[in-house]
Design a protein around this ligand. Sequence first.
Ligand code: VGL
Ligand code: ZN
Length: 202
Amino acid sequence: MKALIIVDIQYDFLEGGALAVPDGNNVIPVVNKIQYHFDLVVATQDWHPAKHKSFASNHQGKNVFDKIILNGIEQILWPDHCVQGSNGADFHKDFNMKRVESIFRKGMETEIDSYSAFYDNGHIKSTGLSPYLRGKNIDEIYIAGLAGDFCVYYSTKDALNEGFKVTIIEDGVRSIDQKNFLVIKKELIERGVNFITSSQLE
Ligand code: VGL
Ligand code: ZN
């Protein structure tokens, strides 16, 4: 059985948002269109407390995009984004969520970031997504959304480690740094990930 995971279609990652992904809005019609091809559709939502340590604003003398070591893990410092309950954390109004069965939130722990839909960046806590999918007999995962070089990438690696077959729907993905995504794509293809465009879904 096939599941689609739609990643972080939230205002802060879209045009005018705090951490806008270039061309991000163009994934919305794609993720709307493809949902009907899957047995199960889930969405993720980046959902940070205002005091989250991934925010540069919570570190004196640090700037956005600086890298620090946070509790032993390299951390890029982001602009404040997807703060719980804020408009920026909301799903975009044009994102059709009719077929979305569950929403998996991530990034709630102040001391650790969480790019993946499955685990935090230290692999300490699970979101529960993997047992949820297994409980529904899912063995193939398709991923689309934002950002390709962070949440999509980390979710894909975790999905592989969990034993799922993974396909990335490339026209449904945009990245913070497209050059970075091309490097990631090579790595993921070597690890067995399938890359397709939405028109190849039958
Ligand atoms: C993400 C940066 C910061 C993502 C989340 O979901 O791709 N990126 N927080
Ligand atoms: Zn975040």
